[in-house]
Design a protein around this ligand. Structure first.
Ligand SMILES: C[S@@+](CC[C@H](N)C(=O)[O-])C[C@H]1O[C@@H](n2cnc3c(N)ncnc32)[C@H](O)[C@@H]1O
Length: 312
């Protein structure tokens, strides 16, 4: 039996997304297909799904796992920032739900050759879709000191960005940084150790490189904006995020789309004419219970937000 990625917040995803007997839900981060399987298992024959992933290996694993649901699930290799084109390719114009379970999957992290893990030696790759060109090694080689420091600060919220860049440059003067564990050792030596630190010193740098290599935040903004055109009335968008940069984008997007009008407060009447397009269903962000965190440590930072499309 293959060991699959442990799907996060499964009960809440079920509660918010299998609200309709008929229709199509898009799992735009199919991964190992865990959420898709859960939804298919708990719904009737009129409930179908489309699974998208930019990682062809993930799609192959999910196809095998979801074979018992043949006829109720379709698959697409692609980036969710291309959601509208992908749907058009299937002749679909409107959907009943969209799931985004952001970030990397356990098979991606646990496979050293993919280069996501600072604990296992592998090439500095980090591409979710290995057919794309840019790798983490390319970024370390080509970015200026300033840009690399900015990247660590912005996407890793790393306070010691400047020190880390200096340490990377010193190491590069001796020869290229070839592996994940070489980089994590350089970072660990560069930052002051704090006994209170809960995370490995290289966590933030690896997060920053991964976000940049895969342009994760840009794609998230695109899919959220595009979802408004494809969700039909009453359809839901559910997003599970794993760090504050992602969660902030989702929270702000939902809040802005719930508000509608974007006129400056000094104007006595609305001139922009924008109407609310979403109703937020998760007034309080949904987080895993202690039992889920104990069983699956990777769920500990998960946050789920869900909104419903309204046509005012
Ligand atoms: C956390 S895993 C999903 C796990 C899945 N929900 C499950 O239960 O098995 C995230 C997946 O999303 C994919 N992914 C990340 N960004 C993507 C993007 N922009 N477009 C398509 N897939 C993406 C990754 O390749 C990875 O397989």
């Amino acid at each position: 039996m293959p060991v699959y990625h442990g799907s996060v917040l499964g009960d809440a995803v079920l509660q918010y997304l299998n609200f309709t007997e008929e229709g199509i839900i898009v799992d735009s981060t199919l991964g190992d297909g865990g959420h898709t399987e859960l939804l298919l298992k708990n719904s009737g024959p009129g409930f179908t799904m489309l699974g998208i992933d930019r990682d062809a290996e993930a799609l192959e694993r999910a196809k095998k796992r979801l074979a018992p649901y043949k006829g109720r699930v379709r698959f697409a290799h692609g980036n969710y920032s291309e959601l509208k084109n992908i749907l058009a390719g299937f002749g679909i114009s409107k959907i009943d739900g969209l799931l985004l379970d952001l970030g990397v999957s356990s098979p991606q992290i646990d496979t050293p050759e993919r280069g996501f893990s600072f604990m296992k030696t592998g090439p500095l790759d980090m591409r979710m879709d290995p057919t794309e060109e840019l790798t983490a090694a390319d970024l370390l080689k080509t970015l200026s000191d300033r840009d690399l420091e900015f990247l660590f600060r912005k996407y890793g919220e790393e306070r010691h960005a400047r020190r880390i860049v200096r340490a990377i440059r010193r190491a590069q003067a001796e020869g290229p940084i070839a592996t994940t564990t070489d980089l994590s050792a350089i970072v660990a030596r560069a930052v002051p150790t704090s006994r209170a630190a809960r995370i490995h010193p290289a966590t933030r740098v690896f997060q920053a490189l991964r976000i940049a290599v895969n342009r994760e935040l840009d794609h998230l903004k695109t899919v959220l904006a595009d979802s408004l055109d494809v969700l039909q009335e009453g359809a839901r968008v559910a997003v599970i995020s794993f760090h504050s940069l992602e969660d902030r984008i989702v929270k702000n997007f939902f809040r802005d789309e719930e508000k509608g009008c974007v006129c400056p407060p000094r104007l006595p009447v609305c001139v922009c004419g924008r109407k609310p397009r979403l109703k937020v269903l998760t007034r309080r962000v949904v987080v895993p219970m202690a039992g889920e965190i104990a069983a699956n440590h990777r769920s500990s930072s998960a946050k789920l937000r869900v909104a419903e499309r309204i046509y005012a």
